[in-house]
Design a protein around this ligand. Structure first.
Ligand code: DLL
Length: 432
């Protein structure tokens, strides 16, 4: 029996959902126009007034917001509530440029935690569960978001944060954790450490994992499910829209239901900004219709994915988004060919290698170079490494259409990730 956190919303008819979104959008546009000078100017420049937005059918009239706007308006320029009503900030881990700082009223935090509670319930979580949260706490939204959701569901919550992996496993065993929340790369590392410590999946009680914050492939999902003996579910979100919980996977494990009572999704062509029909790949754009302090309208996420309204076996009527295939700004163009790191990950795991790899791109004599270092498992150590490297290079060339140089490296020689994994180093940017 499927359990819902909010059955009324999660299984609402499409007509009722549209009505709810229409009402909320109209009120939100008015709130933003009246309180955010930055966005008011954008609307005035485009000649749009709040009265022009009568329903979601008018969404296309509104101007887009992008990360550049967030940088220009940093830190307080997009705030829509007085500071006295804001109770928290969260921020991205951005290494370049200014960080994104998002603001929350208490109401915003309640709604955000509610979205995370839906995600936990969708993987089977109840008040009987022990939920180990190993996303980073602090400015990053992962820890606080799932921590709040776990409290709401009534799980016994273990606010572990990331790192100290052996201690994670000790707590997991001692307290009988049943749900694990962390990045997929950290889940893979926890699985590896569990086995290195001499344990098997019989020594833990985990049944489900809620993994997100970075791209991961279906192959990676199967590999984690096997190593931890669980079902692995995806969760998506970004600091700009509150954090995790914008969308979440259900028992069907075929894409993430978007919490449409809070976020209206659109897919656009990233170059022309034209809105694309459901089923086409494009950049995901969100309009938040319930947030008070930091309500972004038509925010361009730069994540590429597909929306689907196909009926879901779980009973939810909320639209589904596919796993993001990568970010429009993370796509590598190597010798003129578009390359997503996820394509490389798919080949590596299919060929029996571990998900520990590093992609290095450079430009030598005006030609792009692609080097992929891949860790061998101990049982793969042998004398014919050169042959294996060639074999793997051919498999990757078949997938990408360009030839990489593959380097098989010793087990455990690639740094493990406790948060978002860094899998690509593009040195071309450093030279330019
Ligand atoms: O990563 C929020 C989050 C925390 C999501 C925990 C899920 C779990 P940011 O640090 O602002 O926020 O990064 C947002 O991460 O635009 C995507 O590019 C990427 N991302 C997030 N979830 C997924 C996912 C958090 N499930 C950026 N699959 C987004 C692929 C994801 N990419």
């Amino acid at each position: 029996m499927e359990r819902y956190w909010n059955e009324e919303i999660e299984t609402m008819s499409r007509e009722d959902m549209k009505k709810l979104q229409d009402e909320r959008l109209v009120a939100q546009v008015k709130h933003v126009y009246e309180n955010v000078e930055y966005y008011r100017n954008l609307m005035d420049e485009k000649g749009v007034k709040p009265e022009d937005i009568k329903s979601t059918d008018d969404l296309y009239k509104l101007p887009f917001l992008s990360k550049t706007d967030l940088r220009d308006a940093y830190p307080y320029g997009l705030l829509a509530k007085p500071l006295s009503e804001c109770v928290r900030i969260q921020s991205t881990s951005g290494t370049t440029g200014r960080r994104v700082v998002a603001f929350y009223t208490q109401h915003d935090i309640d709604l955000w935690e509610d979205c995370c509670a839906r995600a936990i319930t969708a993987v089977g979580g109840t008040d009987e569960d022990v939920c180990q949260v190993c996303y980073g706490y602090g400015l990053f939204t992962g820890g606080p978001g799932l921590n709040g959701g776990s409290h709401k569901v009534g799980c016994l919550t273990l606010p572990m944060s990331s790192g100290n992996t052996e201690r994670q496993i000790q707590f997991m065993r001692d307290l009988g954790s049943t749900i694990l929340c962390c990045t997929p790369s950290y889940a893979a590392y926890i699985g590896e450490t569990l086995h290195d410590m001499g344990y098997t999946t019989d020594d833990i009680k985990l049944k489900a994992g809620i993994f997100g914050a970075e791209p991961w492939t279906e192959e990676m999902r199967r590999s984690i499910e096997k190593s931890l003996g669980i079902k692995a579910y995806d969760i998506y979100g970004l600091t700009e829209t509150s954090g995790p919980g914008v969308s979440f996977e259900c028992s069907e494990q075929t894409g993430m239901h978007i919490n449409e009572d809070h976020f209206i999704p659109e897919i656009i062509n990233p170059d022309t900004e034209e809105v694309l029909p459901d089923g086409e790949v494009g950049e995901l754009v969100f309009t938040s219709i319930t947030k008070e302090a930091f309500p972004l309208l038509r925010y361009r996420t730069r994540d590429l994915c597909v929306l689907s309204r196909k009926k879901c076996s779980c009973g939810r009527t909320l639209i589904k988004m596919s796993k993001p295939m990568g970010r429009s700004d993370d796509m590598l163009i190597i010798r003129g060919v578009n390359v997503f790191p996820s394509q490389i990950e798919t080949v590596l795991i299919e060929q029996g290698y571990s998900p520990n790899y590093l992609i290095e791109v450079d430009r030598v004599n005006n030609t792009d170079t692609l080097d992929i270092s891949v860790e061998m498992n101990p049982e793969q150590l042998s004398d014919d490494v050169k042959d294996k490297e060639k074999e793997l290079a051919v498999a990757i060339r078949t997938m990408l259409g360009i030839s990489p140089k593959v380097h098989l490296v010793a087990p455990k020689s690639i740094t493990r990730s406790e948060g978002k994994a860094v899998r690509v180093i593009d040195r071309r940017k450093l030279h330019d």
